[in-house]
Design a protein. Structure first.
Length: 397
């Protein structure tokens, strides 16, 4: 840990973080990793994610250790006059305010855009919501599963096996968190050029639906609509990892040359000029039959043999890695994606580093995840509160 390291690309940016669960905390953690000073504002009963099992001490769950690094934590009871004033004082010192509370709740707390822009005219105000404020679902509660369902993501599984299901990952939260990050960085550039702040809405449902439609809108891009809807290569049940003679792998010939090399290698050169597989469009239209040929061929050799062949022919090929074995994979181990570090109160833990790297800056942690309210007095003092006011605040919180 290196608290003196301040040369990140967002060095000098100060963020008030009023977020919970995964989407918001992930976004502000990435901004903190990029050098921003992030001050997380927590309620006295704090984010329930802090107490998810497993944990070694109260409020310091496994989720917390990686979602809240490079942040300071303050506890403000925003329902009290003192807590509300502390929030306004903090915002007045910040460039960015980020929240994923529902707008009606923020308004009741006196934290709507107009409230905060009145104390900081050039503030970048970011509200992450489940559904855009102009639509009939505005204001509805939303968690990851809800957004996977409404955005079309869950339905994609029915293309292969007839039933919708959820991706076993909080994908909507994480994708939406990345939208928060780029929105903040774009607004910071605008502010640097014009001196103006902004009010930004990041709706999860729209973010995820747009994400899903990148390749799948396909023929429906046109008006009137053309066929087919969606990218057909992704719809087949045969698009899946393949069992080799000793394990599982993904081998993905894609270009014309890739398939010429693959068909030659497996003793089926006649398929090179087969009208079903001659061009990429032919292969997409006949992807079920194509992938059936691939799967049949793969089973006859070991994963190492396919890896060696693929390296020679520049065909993408990797073994299937169990998620809990990612840290031990030779590639991820070499690049240092996951490393052991020592938390001052929680002991050794595995840090999952931000994957984006800048040549000008080492991939380091300035601050480990803080305990709840660890920096309340420190931050209030920085905001100009007297020792007496800080002491009173602490006694009332």
């Amino acid at each position: 840990m290196n608290e003196t390291m301040t040369n990140g690309p967002l060095d000098g940016v100060r963020i008030a973080d009023l977020t919970t669960v995964v989407m918001g905390p992930l976004a502000t953690r990435i901004l903190g990793d990029l050098g921003a000073e992030v001050i997380r504002v927590e309620a006295p009963d704090y984010d329930f994610m802090r107490d998810f099992e497993p944990k070694r001490s109260p409020g310091m769950s496994a989720f917390t250790l990686n979602l809240n690094r490079n942040k300071r934590s303050v506890v403000f009871d925003l329902k009290t006059d003192q807590g509300h004033q502390a929030m306004l004082d903090l915002v007045s010192s910040c460039d960015v305010f980020v929240s994923n509370m529902r707008p009606v709740a923020l308004a009741k707390l006196g934290l709507a855009p107009d409230d905060l822009m009145s104390v900081k005219q050039d503030l970048i105000y970011v509200g992450a919501v489940g559904f855009g404020s102009d639509g009939p679902y505005a204001g509805q509660a939303a968690y990851d599963d809800v957004i996977q369902a409404v955005s079309g993501l869950a339905s994609m599984f029915s293309w292969a096996d007839g039933e919708p299901r959820f991706v076993p990952s909080v994908m909507a939260d994480k994708v939406s968190g990345l939208h928060i990050v780029y929105a903040v960085t774009a607004a910071l550039y605008k502010k640097a050029v014009s001196g103006q702040g902004d009010v930004i809405e990041v709706p999860m449902a729209e973010a995820m639906a747009a994400f899903n439609l990148v390749e799948h809108q396909n023929g429906h891009t046109f008006e009137p609509k053309e066929s087919p809807f969606s990218y057909q290569r992704l719809r087949t049940a045969n698009r899946k990892p393949r069992r080799s003679a000793d394990g599982w792998l993904c081998i993905m010939p894609y270009s014309d040359q890739n398939y010429q090399d693959f068909f030659t290698e497996v003793g089926k050169p006649e398929l090179i000029d087969d009208e079903r597989f001659r061009t990429i469009n032919d292969r997409v239209l006949n992807v079920d039959e194509l992938y059936a040929h691939v799967g049949e061929a793969v089973a006859g050799r070991t994963t190492a043999e396919w890896m060696e062949f693929s390296r020679r022919t520049s065909i993408p090929c990797v073994p299937v890695v169990e998620l809990d074995q990612v840290a031990d994979n030779p590639h991820f181990a070499k690049v240092g994606l996951i490393e052991v570090d020592a938390h001052p109160t929680e002991g050794d833990y595995h840090v999952v580093h931000d994957p984006v790297r800048f040549a000008s800056r080492p991939n380091e942690i300035r601050r480990h995840a803080p305990r709840v309210g660890e920096h309340t007095a420190e931050v209030l003092t920085e905001l100009g509160w007297s020792d007496e006011q800080v002491g009173t605040f602490a006694n009332n919180s």
